[in-house]
Design a protein around this ligand. Sequence first.
Ligand code: PGA
Length: 256
Amino acid sequence: MNRKYRKTVIAGNWKMNLLPSQVKPFADALKSACGKTKHCDIVICAPAVIVPAAVKHFKDSRIAVGAQDVSEHDSGAYTGEVSAAQLRDGGAKYVIIGHSECREYHGETDRAVNSKVKLTLDHDLTPIVCVGETLWQHEAGITLDLVRAQVKSALYGITAERARKMILAYEPIWAIGTGRTATPDQAQYVCSQMRAVLREMYDARTARAIPILYGGSMNPGNAAELLAQPDVDGGLIGGASLDAGKFISIIQAANQ
Ligand code: PGA
């Protein structure tokens, strides 16, 4: 974390879990525990159908609501899709884009990621753009090539001023939901290289301003060490965000 230049963000990714009726008890626990944690922004990224319940129950708190995906189209005949304008109008402030599960199961391409980033910025939503390598890419030693290319294509054609409104997340796919976490050194190294790409594409000020999160089996036991890295500005948390107690512990680690 480097709070001098950028905010710390702890974002939960509920994935396809919880029911609208289960949001209130979770929100009550989180709100009462987070009142005094001033040093990080807190986001819950819920399934689109749960966004309205989450917006309602996190109202008047410092916890913002996000979605987990968005259409690459502005509006029209796209059955089953949800637009950036609809999410924004429904009270969401953030949206995850390019999560490896969307890339894998929905065939989300780098080009679609780039379109979604532009649309969400147009609609005043903050994109949380995920990049990361598979296990074989990790073992083949091509992580940096892949991550650099993903960052470049996600931000293609986006001005520095707009880029400064984004959040990036490094999520090694081999660490997602596996209990196998990148070491703090590995996370720091890749996040610092992502920041180097931002410097090349834009300038030092822009590179310094964009929060880069780590995601992949972050939990109360490893959060403090990961968040202590200078280029790791927060976490994108899946499994541990479904348990209010664990999620609160991670938020507390970000407030040290
Ligand atoms: P995990 O998921 O924390 O369960 O590994 C992270 C993510 O996929 O965003």
